[in-house]
Design a protein. Sequence first.
Lengths: 291, 405
Amino acid sequence: MILRTPAAAAVLLGGLLAAVAAAGPHAVPIRAAPASPLPDVAVSDRTAKALGVAAGDLVEIAPTAAGPWRRVRIAQVYRPLLYPTEVADRDADIRLHLPDLQALTGTGDAADSIVIRLRRGGEAPAAQVAADVTAMGLGLRAYTSADLARRNSASFEVVARFHRAIGAIAVLAGSVFLVTIMTLRGEEMRREVGTMRLVGLGGRTVAAAVLTIAAAVAGAGSAAGVGLAYVLSFLINGYYRRVFDTNLVFSRVTWGLIADAAALSMVLGLAAGGLTAWRLLRRRPLDQLGR
Amino acid sequence: MRAPAFLALRTLGRNPIRTVLVLLGLAVTGALLLDMTMLAHGLETSLGGVLSRVGFAVRVVPKGTLPFVPGAMIPDGDGLAAAIAAQPGVTAAVPVVGTNIFVARRGRRTPAFVFAVPAGGTGAYGLLEGRDLPPAAGSGAGGRLPAVVVNPNMVRLDGVRIGDTLVLAAGPSRGLAPVAAPRTFRVTGVADFYIDLATQRSMAIATADLRALEGRPSGAASLILVRLGDPSRAGALTRWIGARDPRVDALSIADFLGRLQTRLTYFNQFSLVLGSLSVAVSFLLITAIVALSVSERLGEIAMLRAIGFTRARIAALVVLEGSALGVASLPGTFALGLVIAGYLDTILRGAPGLPVDLHFFVLTPGAAARTVALVLGTGTVAGVYPAAVASRTPVAATLHAEVLS
């Protein structure tokens, strides 16, 4: 779909065009204009901004760059509730009444899809209605909302798996970091541990001290990490909401996530501390003092 | 510089467990960095590779669209293709019609993508076995069945063989296709259609046969594929086509990939964020390790200063330690990075509607060079702070403290 302003100076290419019988629940009107004899269209706020048009303006639209061009009036500028897959889409988003679109494209009474709302409390379940429509032999295939959600969520499932895999790699990197830091800390404590043991402290006391240090490092690291996560999340949301001009939440730090990260950090920290304590205690005190 | 380099390497080798742990950590973060640099342009590079393999330097599409957008056609595609073919340096201009049709087989109709070309031998698909479409338009002449070339998916999924007959129909059911009757075709070959989905059924027939099947008027095309003797002339040709017909876009491979860029924003932004975090973690790791190493060796550093090492040489010694850690982590970075990239690529390629030849993670010389530069740069910069601390070490006081301890 091609759209141009009256002066034909701006041509927005590759427009996405939807035909609706009325403003649906997924459109939040921003501004509306009084009625007019020209066909009315609704334009998304991003499209209106890109074209520099507002409610009440006249624009021309055509199914292809070759025409035929039809003058229409922008009756409403609305903010669509975008799906995450649509936020990067820069195509124009225009909605027409179905007969106007059919007349423009010359497709008679053809429609891409038909949405069926069942009577609340009706006898036939959605799956049965869908099966009946498919079995009518009209060349149609009917899906329930659940079927469609399942089909359309496949991409999100893949992305979720991808994010989990990336998360696992990040945890691996963090674990190695923690073990390295604890090993270095243990090396630094070598003389202190040697002295502690020479003055009579037992191996358990020394191990407990090392584990306490490890837990403190892990706890402090977790607290700092949570703070950093909040800051990064704030920056990421602020940046991408502005870039994509949307209210979508791109990053969210939840209590469950914090609990998981803190628990994992503590377990890894204690494991690293245990390893360090074992390495410290297997050497003789005099060796640790360099004697 | 040889003395600081020697000392830097000796220092790293002095505590092998510590160095191995650091290198392991750097290998993991470096692997993530490599993967993100591969992801940043992977899909674009992969698609560019496939398009280059096909061999057409320019694609002409209806204005504002990408190839085979439903309903988008070039009104006088045949005429425009003939005009393009007459331009200097153009070796072929093939008008293509792409649409969905149905294959009637064993009582049911299966949707398939049909790729209609004027005649065989265009190179728009790669023949794997059998014969291509006949060179003359309208392959059903002389009472013979018209020819169809199918993709390997139809062989694998439907058991179609060369010599079989296929009934093709414009509509999904008998009741809804009164305008154009189904027609029977003879399978003459199997071909690679280059950008097929994992289970997509694709086939090629002559444009005249498709028009007869669908009852559509002649002349319009979904896409024009243009092959050039010298691909560097693509820019001049696209400008000429744009000036001749404002209803179309003529796209070189670079233009085509540029148009796809907006749809790949997610991966670019994701790789930027995660790549930056990898660099930051590597920086912290190297800084922490080198700083701790320096704090342990203050007496040794003061001794070096006392025997004549200048502050600059001490700083160079410590910075070199950071750089050496970066260099030493590179083999692990690439080994681990490629393994992880393969795994992540497998996950992402599980997404529905993705052509089988496309990959998200592609190792290019550019991606490798960027990773090496970032790892070495991070290692070097991470050594700057510890280097500053080391170079400012007071010689007499440190040696005195060392003797007392």
